[in-house]
Design a protein around this ligand. Structure first.
Ligand SMILES: Cc1ncc(COP(=O)(O)O)c(C=O)c1O
Length: 390
């Protein structure tokens, strides 16, 4: 058994998976699982979408990797596409969400330095999640992830999410950036409040601090617009994305606008693999399918459909307290049932969901999920609740 040879950094379910198709995963014994995890908001088009497989094959026979010492057509095309979809004018490519956030933190520090030597503080939100490297971890507002790895980077300041009072008391001229999620994915699908967000934007402008949105989980169409900020009417200076952008192939991106686009210059930041033609070709295919292929336009409708079904379930099951989130990044908030128990019971029934905190179960199907598949998910949720409520 090769399992013992893998470093024990994840709590995993026992079966070994070896196949996926659409919304289904299959284990070695050919058991089928309805996958509402999507690799945690990654498999935008489900498993092994034929267009992604075709792109991998074609690009794999054309050009896979070359150094960023040279331009490549797919990176150029993807940057142009991402710029055309939103308000930003410049893209840096990397390989993961954490890396995109690291790039944003470095950009922020250099921006601050260009104004004054002491402008280096970064405000982050309580309950946030931005990744596991030392920088990203330092601005992740969850002590449980940080404790064993201190000391972390300095000059980071935690703010209560959605508290204007707390934010205003911490925002001063030494702040170079504010990093936040508009929906806290790992934190339980908690949404930013409009008034708070507008206030953050206003103060960032006043104090010349960059506003960074981490759209690693909620971007790339998850909320029903390509960029999550497009649902909130506030444009950040920097956006980070990854996960769903590559539909399962690793890619990350940091987008910036205006002054933020000219902060980093050759030598400041880089990555060997970032923006390789294979990853960029796959991301272009994902965008083509999601945006141009009409999937994005259906996200809100599918979300409403699913939420209305959950509301019906609520009438029968007291352990559903409410539904959090937006688009197809939803969280069923439970009371009296712990999310880990729900997730384990669902697994037994061939239904994959993932928790967010103690009492929220995330529902993250691929964006091309069908209404019938959503119905199957609802049936599974009811089956699980019936057992847990016994
Ligand atoms: C909001 C957010 N930011 C950053 C990350 C880290 O991304 P990655 O695991 O690709 O490094 C995650 C991962 O869950 C995330 O949800």
């Amino acid at each position: 058994m090769a399992k013992k040879d893998i470093m024990h950094t994840y709590g995993r379910f026992e079966p070994v998976f070896n196949k996926g198709k659409g919304i289904y995963l299959y284990d070695e014994n050919d058991n089928e699982y309805l996958d509402f995890v999507s690799g945690i908001a990654v498999n935008t088009l489900g498993h092994c979408h034929p267009k992604i497989a075709e792109t991998l094959k074609n690009q794999g026979q054309t050009l896979i990797h070359l150094s960023n010492l040279y331009w490549n057509d797919k990176q150029n095309n993807l940057a142009e596409k991402l710029v055309s979809l939103g308000e930003h004018d410049s893209v840096f490519f990397c390989n993961s969400g954490t890396e995109a956030n690291e790039a944003a933190l470095k950009l922020a520090r250099k921006h601050g330095k260009s104004i004054s030597a002491s402008k280096n503080k970064i405000i982050y939100m309580k309950n946030s999640f931005h990744g596991r490297t030392m920088g990203a971890l330092s601005v992740t507002g969850q002590g449980k992830y940080q404790e064993q790895f201190k000391p972390l980077i300095g000059a980071v300041v935690e703010c209560e999410y959605n508290s204007i009072e707390d934010f205003n008391s911490k925002m001063d001229g030494e702040v170079c950036a504010v990093i936040m999620e508009v929906i806290q994915g790992e934190g339980g699908l908690i949404q930013v409040e409009e008034e708070f967000l507008k206030n953050v934007r206003k103060l960032c402008d006043e104090k010349e601090a960059l506003l960074i949105f981490d759209e690693v989980q909620c971007g790339a169409g998850r909320l029903g617009t390509f960029f999550a900020y497009q649902k909130f009417g506030v444009v950040p200076d920097v956006v980070t994305m990854a996960k769903g952008l590559g539909g399962g192939f690793p890619i990350g991106a940091m987008l910036s606008k205006g002054k933020a686009s000219s902060v980093l210059v050759p030598g400041d930041h880089g990555t060997t693999f970032g923006g390789n033609p294979l990853a960029c070709a796959v991301a272009l295919t994902v965008i083509e399918e999601v945006v141009d292929g009409g999937i994005l336009a259906e996200v809100d409708k599918k979300s409403e459909y699913f939420c209305s079904k959950i509301e019906k379930l609520m009438a029968r099951h007291k352990s559903i307290e409410k539904i959090n989130g937006m688009g197809l990044l939803l969280g069923v908030k439970l009371s009296g049932v712990e999310s880990k128990d729900f997730v384990a019971k669902a697994f037994e029934k061939g239904f994959l969901v993932v928790g967010a905190g103690n009492n929220v179960v995330r529902v993250i199907p691929p964006l091309n999920v069908t209404y019938e598949e959503l119905d199957k998910g609802i049936e599974k949720i009811e089956e699980v609740l019936e057992e847990l409520e016994k």
